[in-house]
Unconditional design. Structure first.
Length: 151
């Protein structure tokens, strides 16, 4: 068990479809703490850096076009196992393989319109949080119910 930060994006499809509240609500209810939050339009440069690992993939161009097409909500979640808890709450990359009860399973039907991004591992999480947020945009605070969430 370790305290981690992870980057989440409500992608352009989630924003356009009015799912910001549902997506954030599900993540919030896990007990993870929101320590950064903003609505931004991703440009080509940021998209290229964010999706650098996919540069050579045939779907890269479409992915960048999609993620830059309309604003996203970027958030940083913090808590024990924040990365894996968020990935579990999101579901699988392809919504078709994502079970009911997961964000992608409940709200999406297409691989290229899968509503949400969440960092895949610790290295990616650190890189992605730094890419999207300045240090002064992140808040450190405690909640009155923290002891009812984490032992
Ligand atoms: P994830 O978003 O679950 O971390 P990923 O990092 O492998 O998945 O891919 C990033 C995004 O790219 C993914 O959310 C949707 C899109 N994508 C992945 N594989 C794809 C494919 N074969 N065809 C089209 N889009 C794809
Ligand atoms: Mg990924």
């Amino acid at each position: 068990m370790s305290n981690e930060k992870t980057l989440v994006l409500v992608k352009p499809d989630g924003v356009q479809r009015g799912l910001i509240g549902d997506v954030i609500g599900r993540l919030e209810k896990t007990g993870l703490k929101i320590v950064g939050l903003k609505l931004i339009k991703i440009n080509d440069e940021l998209a290229g850096k964010h999706y650098a690992e996919h540069k050579e993939k045939p779907f890269f161009e479409g992915l960048v076009k999609f993620i830059t097409s309309s604003p996203v909500v970027a958030l940083v979640l913090e808590g024990n196992n924040a990365i894996s808890v968020t990935r579990k709450t999101m579901g699988s990359t392809n919504p078709v393989d994502s079970p009911p009860g997961t964000i992608r399973g409940d709200f999406a039907i297409d691989l290229g319109r899968n509503i949400i991004h969440g960092s895949a591992n610790e290295t990616d999480a650190k890189r992605e949080v730094d890419l999207f947020f300045d240090e002064n945009e992140l808040s450190q605070y405690s909640r009155s119910n923290d002891e009812w969430i984490t032992e």
